[in-house]
Design a protein around this ligand. Structure first.
Ligand code: PLP
Length: 399
């Protein structure tokens, strides 16, 4: 990217920080041993991995972690799959097992849920209309057949933040044997996450959303879950990662993950959010009045802003903005290749037509007001010139 380009798609991925790149480079140049080897270079690689693990535990407020409480994976998607299928395979059920999740999870949960459904599970998808989960709906769905409740901490398309402490307290009170999982890929580093205080048994993280590299994710596992072997591996082999995820660890990616986490802890969640909130307010203040903000009714991440354009398809605006060196996305990066409307936006309450005209802007705290001004100007210019093309053709502009 050059200086004149503006990246506003941090929910899709973040640029690796200098600290992350330095850590990965060092791991590649100097400490490239296999962490399972017992010679010096293997042990050095092992140390790097353990330092990264310790940094993540510290960021989660876990002070006395026991073996196997954090499993490095290759991505957030893999950690989500481990949480769902690992729980499903840990036991044999003499009844129809049930998974409770939401109707706007990332495909990394939606698809495993569909798969379990094909295998005979009952899957309940709680409504997230308006960005809110109704506790009574969760209460009604919970029963002794509920093996897992998986609710994301923050939504990737709208930024909705759910009150996990309250939801998971309800789960534990009503059905103590049910495991709780949260996909915290978007929330990690943006809201405080203390799994031990929030009743979280399993939690998914991903490095490339917090200025680390693609190629590293992690699954946090509560002590009781490891102790009672309530999770099975889904990848078998050499027994790495406490037997929960075989395969030689990607040490450069893990080293970068640790460095990114340490850096984030130094800056602090509040400082970052304060800055992002200012940027969000600045954008909304000067936003073209024809554009609608899809703000969740409850809590939300200030870094994610969902905008519905007046009858201009998101894909068309995306290309227009990209031509001007401004990068945003339509829904989530993963769903933007599909022509169907984003299920998350529909679940939020948008019509299919509005969902098709919705873009996502996602900031970093490092962004400037000038960049936001340029986006706002480009959006207005885009709406005007795309409307002109539409007039000329005298039919809806379909790109
Ligand atoms: N979960 C959420 C909420 C996400 O936003 C993403 C990525 O966009 C993932 C899971 C998948 O993470 P990864 O890209 O590391 O596989």
């Amino acid at each position: 990217m050059n200086q004149s380009e503006i990246y506003l798609d941090h929910a899709a991925t973040t640029p690796p920080s200098s600290a992350a790149i330095d850590a990965a480079t060092r791991a590649m140049h100097e400490i490239w041993g296999n962490p399972s080897s017992v010679h010096a270079i293997g042990l050095a690689a092992n140390r790097i991995r353990e330092e990264a693990r310790a940094a993540i535990f510290s960021s989660l407020g876990v002070r006395f972690a026991t073996e196997g409480q954090l499993i490095f994976t290759a991505s957030g998607t893999e950690a989500d799959n481990l949480a769902v299928f690992g729980t499903a395979r840990a036991k044999r059920f003499s009844f129809t097992p049930k998974l409770i999740t939401t109707d706007s999870e990332h495909p990394a949960i939606l698809q495993p849920a569909l798969q379990l459904e094909k295998e005979g599970w009952e899957v309940v998808r709680l409504s997230t209309k308006g960005g809110i989960i109704n506790e009574a709906e969760l209460d009604a769905a919970l029963d002794t057949r509920t093996v897992l409740v998986s609710i994301m901490a923050a939504n990737n398309e709208l930024g909705s933040v759910y009150d996990l402490s309250s939801l998971f307290t309800l789960v534990k009170r009503k059905s103590p044997k049910t495991l709780t999982h949260t996909d915290a890929v978007q929330a990690y580093g943006k809201i405080p996450l203390h799994p031990e205080k929030m009743g979280i048994d399993l939690m998914t993280l991903s490095a490339h959303k917090i200025y680390g590299l693609k190629g590293a994710g992690a699954l946090y596992i509560a002590r009781d879950v490891t102790k009672h072997r309530q999770l099975s591996p889904i990848i078998f082999g050499g027994g790495q990662e406490f037997g929960m995820r075989s395969g030689t660890e990607a040490i450069p990616c893990i080293a970068a993950f640790g460095a990114a986490v340490s850096e984030q802890m130094k800056v602090g969640i509040n400082t970052m959010n304060e800055r992002v909130r200012i940027l969000r307010a600045h954008l909304i203040e000067q936003l073209d009045t024809r554009i609608r903000v899809n703000q969740p009714r409850g809590a939300y991440l200030p870094s994610i802003l969902s905008l519905t354009l007046p009858s201009v398809r998101s894909e068309v605006m995306l290309r227009y903005l990209s031509g001007m060196g401004i990068y945003v996305s339509a829904g989530s990066a993963c769903s933007s290749h599909h022509r169907t409307a984003s299920p998350t936006l529909l679940a939020f309450g948008l019509t299919p037509a509005d969902a098709d005209c919705t873009i996502r802007v996602s900031f970093s705290a490092m962004q400037t007001e000038e960049e936001i001004d340029r986006l706002n100007r480009a959006l207005t210019e885009g709406l005007n010139s795309l409307a002109k093309i539409r007039e000329k053709r005298n039919k809806p502009y379909d790109g």
